[in-house]
Design a protein around this ligand. Sequence first.
Ligand SMILES: [Zn+2]
Length: 86
Amino acid sequence: MNPAFLESALFIALLVVVGALLVSALGWTPVGKRLRQTANRRRIEREAELTCPVHGLQREEDLVRLTSGEPLCPHCYKEAVRGYVD
Ligand SMILES: [Zn+2]
């Protein structure tokens, strides 16, 4: 095996290991804690946007976009269009 090729492969492996250690070490720092908390807030806000107070959690692709721009639960939209509840 070519020594230059082996040296290049080991150097790339070293970069990958150092990068993985830095990413995992970031999770233990205050910055990592802040990033996790921000991600948690975004996840909860997203779930709240997808949750109908009557019908519960809906899939994003099933929501109906009103002409005003607000998303609406498909069940609520059917009830509004038909004028009655199934
Ligand atoms: Zn609904």
